[in-house]
Design a protein around this ligand. Structure first.
Ligand code: AMP
Length: 193
């Protein structure tokens, strides 16, 4: 069975950590658009150069470019059984394009786990990550902008997926292990029905 999961949650909610754990247990690759952009940035590709101007400000890279990159990634052989999408879609336009793309690939979204965490905890986590990883976009000003962009452009997707009956709300303020167990249970329920 082809399985596509879309992990949702604000920056700092723990999507990346959980996606990495899930990819091992489910045998599905994590497709993280932020990581793909950072890889392009590191290799100084034209896509990386374009993405940098947006990432540095905490803005979204244009939909067209992002969707093309995801399409390219989902067509690779390791995604034959599906994927765990992390950080995509982030706009309604991207979500609509994803539906079209999955239709083409003969699949559909099985579940949208939404990891929710309060704003104060998010900012605290992101600032800590800035110290540990030195990510260029983890400074206070950019963090604030990423939160704003999330509220304005990405949060509407929660209702979009809730209305489709796909949203599974997971409390992200528990330990990494407990969040993971709750996620796995939700995914297993959605994929065995
Ligand atoms: P992330 O690692 O998911 O927090 O993403 C880091 C940055 O990459 C974001 O602030 C955006 O500039 C860019 N980015 C990642 N995913 C997307 C997306 N789906 N659409 C547009 N821009 C994105």
């Amino acid at each position: 069975m082809v399985t596509y999961l879309v992990l949702m949650g604000a920056p700092g909610a723990g999507k990346g950590t959980q996606a990495k754990k899930l990819q091992e247990s489910l045998g599905l690759p994590q497709v993280a658009t932020g990581d793909l952009f950072r890889e392009n940035l590191k290799n100084n590709t034209p896509l990386g150069q374009l993405a940098r101007t947006y990432m540095d400000k905490g803005e979204l890279v244009p939909d067209e470019v992002t969707v093309a990159m995801v399409k390219d990634r989902l067509l690779r052989p390791d995604c034959a059984n599906g994927a765990i999408l992390d950080g995509f879609p982030r706009t309604i336009v991207q979500a609509d394009k994803l539906n079209d793309l999955l239709l083409e690939l003969g699949g559909q979204i099985n579940l949208v786990p939404y990891i929710y965490v309060t704003q104060d905890v998010l900012v605290e986590r992101l600032l800590k990550r800035a110290q540990l990883e030195g990510r260029a976009d983890d400074n206070e000003e950019t963090i604030r902008n990423r939160m704003r962009v999330y509220q304005e452009q990405t949060a509407p997707l929660l209702d979009y997926y809730r209305q489709k009956g796909l949203l599974a709300e997971i409390n992200g303020e528990k330990t990494v292990e407990v969040v993971y167990e709750n996620l796995l249970t939700a995914v297993q329920q959605a994929t065995t029905n």
